[in-house]
Design a protein around this ligand. Sequence first.
Ligand code: PHE
Length: 450
Amino acid sequence: MQGSTGSGARDGWGTHAGFLLAAIGSAVGLGNMWRFSYIATQGGGAVFVGAYVLLVAIIGIPLMTSEFVIGRLTQMSPARAMKNLGGSAWAPLGWLFALSAFGILSYYSVIAGWTMRYAVTAFGSGIPTDAGAFFGEVATGTDALLWHLLFMAITIVIVLGGIRNGIERASVILMPVLFALLLGLAIWAFTLHESVAAYGAYLEPDWSHLFNRKVLTDAAGQAFFSLGLGGGVMMTYASYVQSKRDLGVEATVVSACDFGVAFIAGLIVFPVVFTFGLSGQVSESSVGALFIALPAGFASMGAAGQVVGFSFFVMLFFAALTSAISLLEVPVAAFVDSLGWTRHKAALVIGAALVLAGAPSAYDTNVLGATDAIVGNFLLIVGGLLTSLFVGYKILPQADAELALGLSSPALRRGWAFLLRYVIPVVLIVLLYFLLAPTWDAVLVIVGRG
Ligand code: PHE
C-alpha cells in the first residue's frame, strides 16, 4: 500500500480528473437529495434557491478555495497544516476539523445504512406500500445498527486502499454511474403527469420569505453541509494534489456541480410527491420526503416502481458512500500525519470507533437529529469562520507568492481577500448569533422556571 506511514512518500491522486471527481463526490451526498429540496419548500422555493446560490458565491467558493490552498500548499493533513502555517495556537482548529468529520460520519452512516436497506428491499420484494410503517421498522434498532455497520465496513475498506487505489478508484467508478442515474430519473420524473405543477410548487417564489432569518440560517447551514466546508474535507483532499491549476476555478466547478445535483434531485422528488398526492408526508419531516413519501410513490407503481425505486436508492447509496470516504479520510489523515500511525491502523481503529459512536443515532432518531444540528450545522459554521480568519489575517499577509499559484488573477485575489477578511466573518458571526439565540432563550426559560 502506498503512503502508509507518516514519514514515507505521501500518497496522491493519480489524475487530476480523479481529484475533481472525488471532491465532487464528497460534496454531492445525502445533503443534496435529502435536505435541499425539503428546505426549499420551507424557505419560499425560488427565494431560498436564490439565497442559496448567493451564499455559495460569496461564502462557499471563497472558503473552498481557502481549504484547497491550505491543503495543496502544505501537503499535510489539516492538523499539521494549521500548526505549520500558523503556529501551535492554530493546531486545535485542525483537530476540530477531525472531530467534526468524525461526528458527522457517525450519524451520516446510519442514514446511509437506511439507503442500502431500501435499495436491497426494492430489489427483492419491493418496498411495501405502507412506507411509513416500513421506515418505522428499519430506521431504528438492531436493523439500523447492522446496516450502519455494513456501510461503515465498506467505507473503511475503500479508505484502507489509500488515495489513488482506494478513494480515487471508487470515485471514478461511482460518480459517473450516479450522474447517469440522476439524469435518467429526472427524465422519468418529467414524464409523470403532475410534473409541471410540481416544478411550480418546488420553485414558485414566495417573497414573504425574503427577509426571513430562517431562510438565511437554513441556506447557510445547507451550503456548508452540502459543499462539505468547515470540516477539513476539502483541505485534506487538496493536500494530495500536486498539479498547479487555478484553485479558484476548481472550487467553482465543484460548487456548481454540487448545486446542479441538488437542484436536479428536486426535479425528481417533487413530481413523484405531487403525482402520488403525498405532499402531506413531506412537510412532516425532512427525512419524510426521502424515506416515506418517495417510496410510497414508487410502491404504488408496481413493477416499474420497483426498478425506479431500486435505481433511486442505489443513487443515494453511491452519493452517501463517496461523501463518507471523504469524512473518514479527515481523521485518518490526521492520525497518520500527526501521530505517525499507519493508514491501516488509523482506518480500522477510527472506523471501529465510528461504529460505536453511531450506535446511539441508530437507536434513536432524536440523537441523530441533535448530532446533525450540533455538528453538521453549528460546528461546520464555526470551522468556516475560523478558516476565514486564519486565511484572511494569518496566511494572506505572509504567503502571497504561493497564493498567486492558487488564484492566478490579482483582481480575483483581492476580491477573495476582501470577502475572507470582512464579509464572511461578519455574515458567519451574525449567523451563529441567529442559531444560538433561540437556544439561549430556551435556556433562560428553563432556568427561570427551574
Ligand atoms: N456534502 C455531503 C452531503 O451533502 C456531506 C458532507 C458534509 C461531506 C461535510 C463532507 C463534509 O451529503
